[in-house]
Design a protein around this ligand. Structure first.
Ligand SMILES: Cc1cc2nc3c(=O)[nH]c(=O)nc-3n(C[C@H](O)[C@H](O)[C@H](O)COP(=O)(O)OP(=O)(O)OC[C@H]3O[C@@H](n4cnc5c(N)ncnc54)[C@H](O)[C@@H]3O)c2cc1C
Length: 523
């Protein structure tokens, strides 16, 4: 089936929904989600969204904190732009109905997280993402110009390649005409022709064994854009959150927000040693990469599976009031965090790199924009500062909406797009190959491409990924479309890009820590 729309938005998290709401004022919008509207990384965000609100904080302090975390690889112009535009975007979120906690004096209750020199995180208890999604999804569902397509999986972007013209990376004239999508419920491939396309497909945490990301995070957007010959950047920088709840068998791993450490929680080994002071004078509040590496080192040295986050010295009622969701979750597995320490391990959490964009979210392909976790805008550099990602998503969605709205009147739909070329005939009933391929990939990435890397591990990862790539492409070529197989194929592409970029970086910097280049940066 063929659909035509002015704007195609792939992804229903904060980036996709806030963009959709704004461009719906200019034209028709189709909004895709591969599962349901709410199943997004955005939904799981706990800590909040960073923005300078009151003195003694000021934009310069936020800028410096972001640059320090990014370890020399942030684009300073972009950092300043995003931080200056933050308060305006917070107003938009509030205008769409999102509530952030306030004190009795009517001012926002601001949290502080690792790497931030001031209290500047707006939050809704410890479930900020749920609140943002509640507000935005209500608006999106009610908007007459927005057609929502749930259980609709974007397979590939349409470019000149599909009209028979070869395209190559670096060619400034590649244009995006929309996407081929798979309507999961009707088992049908659709062609969606759009004048403007936004990729807002979120993260890639599912390429690792232990992750805080929901199963949708398989890196589809990056893989699609790369196949369409867009540029990607900084993909070697994958952030591991130091403290996810150690609960073997649970996927995704439940996050114990950094705000708990900001509130006084202290990391200890199982025998009660406060180990973080050995690694950084900031102790348990050092930046995420340092804490994650310290935990990784302690676990490997001691041969243990988790460390503890001790909150038993904090006044119980205020702990429960500030972190009701975390308290409830721990209690559900028999841990009363006011009385006993919480067992935690690092987990793959945030993809700092992605599809390269300019200051308006425009990618290197004409009429293709990217915003949110899928994009590499220059804000995060080699390491993301906590709670800057929701901010990045909403700022770039806004800029992309303004920029693309301006272009829309000059654009037409491309004609004569051929239907999806599906040569495969075999039902991919070999689910074992797909399931085990996914597990193998996650093991490779966890064992060789995790928090600590070496050149030999990178080489092994590349060799193993190549074998999986060959086998999966063969299966894909023979099969009819299957979401699981497409996700595996995309995840392999992203894993390959991470390893390739990691091998090119001959230094340790930010989140890329390679023991063969021991000179470590200051972040
Ligand atoms: C547990 C957790 C806690 C976090 N806490 C914070 C925090 O406190 N502060 C902060 O700033 N950041 C936080 N983050 C990061 C932040 O939540 C994400 O970076 C951000 O929400 C990403 O938003 P997004 O709109 O880019 O993508 P997402 O919200 O992940 O949305 C992705 C969308 O893309 C769709 N999609 C993907 N592939 C396809 C496809 N092939 N076809 C169709 N649709 C597709 C999905 O269905 C989904 O709708 C947290 C992340 C996690 C996992």
């Amino acid at each position: 089936m063929e659909h035509k729309t002015d704007f195609l938005v792939v992804g229903s998290g904060l980036a996709g929904m806030s963009f959709a709401l704004q461009v719906a004022e200019f034209g028709s919008v189709i909004l895709l989600s591969k599962t349901n509207l709410e199943e997004t990384n955005t939904w799981y965000a706990q800590g909040g969204i960073a923005s300078v609100m009151y003195a003694p904080d000021n934009p310069e302090k936020h800028v410096q904190d972001t640059l320090i975390a990014g370890d020399g690889l942030c684009d300073e112009k972009i950092v300043r732009m995003v931080i200056n535009e933050a308060p305006e975007q917070i107003k938009s979120l509030i205008g769409w109905g999102a509530n952030f906690d306030k004190n009795t004096d009517g001012k926002f209750n601001l949290n502080r997280e690792g790497g931030h020199s001031e209290y500047r995180i707006l939050h809704h208890k410890d479930s900020t993402g749920v609140e943002i999604m509640r507000a935005l999804s209500g608006r999106v569902r009610a908007h007459p110009n927005i057609t929502i397509m749930e259980k609709s999986f974007a397979l590939d972007l349409i470019t000149q390649h599909h009209l028979g013209t070869p395209v190559f990376r670096g060619n400034p004239e590649i244009e995006c005409y929309g996407a081929y999508t798979f309507d999961i419920e009707n088992n049908r491939i659709d062609t969606i022709l759009s004048k403007i396309t936004l990729l807002a497909t979120g993260g890639s945490g599912y390429i690792y064994q232990t992750t805080t990301n929901p199963p949708i995070a398989t890196g589809d957007g990056i893989a699609m854009a790369y196949r369409a010959k867009a540029y990607v950047d900084h993909v070697e920088f994958f952030q591991f959150h130091p403290t996810s709840l150690y609960n073997p068998g649970e996927r995704p791993s439940f996050l114990i927000s950094e705000a708990v450490r900001g509130f006084g929680g202290i990391l200890k080994t199982q025998d009660g040693e406060e180990f973080m002071n050995k690694y950084d004078p900031r102790g348990s509040l050092a930046s995420r990469d340092i804490v994650a590496r310290a935990i990784d080192t302690e676990l490997k040295n001691r041969g243990e599976d988790f460390v503890n986050l001790d909150c038993t010295h904090i006044e119980p009622e205020s702990l429960k009031t500030h972190f009701p969701n975390i308290y409830k979750k721990c209690l559900s597995i028999g841990i009363d965090m006011t009385r006993v320490p919480v067992p935690v391990v690092p987990a793959a959490h945030y993809f700092c790199g992605g599809i390269r964009t300019d200051e308006n979210g425009q990618t290197t392909i004409c009429n293709l924009y990217a915003a949110g976790e899928v994009a590499c805008t220059g804000l995060h550099g080699a390491n993301r500062l906590a709670s800057n990602s929701l901010l990045e998503a909403v700022v770039f969605a806004h800029r992309a909406a303004i920029d693309s709205g301006r272009k829309l009147p000059k654009l037409n739909h491309q004609k004569e797009i051929p239907p999806w070329n599906d040569e495969g005939t075999r039902n991919p009933d070999e689910m074992v190959l797909i399931t085990q391929g996914t597990r193998e990939l996650q093991q490779i990435m966890t064992n060789y491409m995790g928090i600590v890397r070496t050149n030999a591990r990178l080489k092994r990862a590349l060799d193993r990924i190549y074998i999986l790539y060959r086998e999966t492409e063969e299966l894909y070529g023979q099969s009819t479309v299957s979401v699981k197989l497409c996700e595996l194929r995309n995840a392999i592409k992203v894993a390959y890009l991470i390893v390739k970029h990691a091998r090119q970086r001959k230094e340790s910097r930010g989140l890329h820590y390679n023991l063969d280049y021991p000179k470590q940066s200051k972040a």
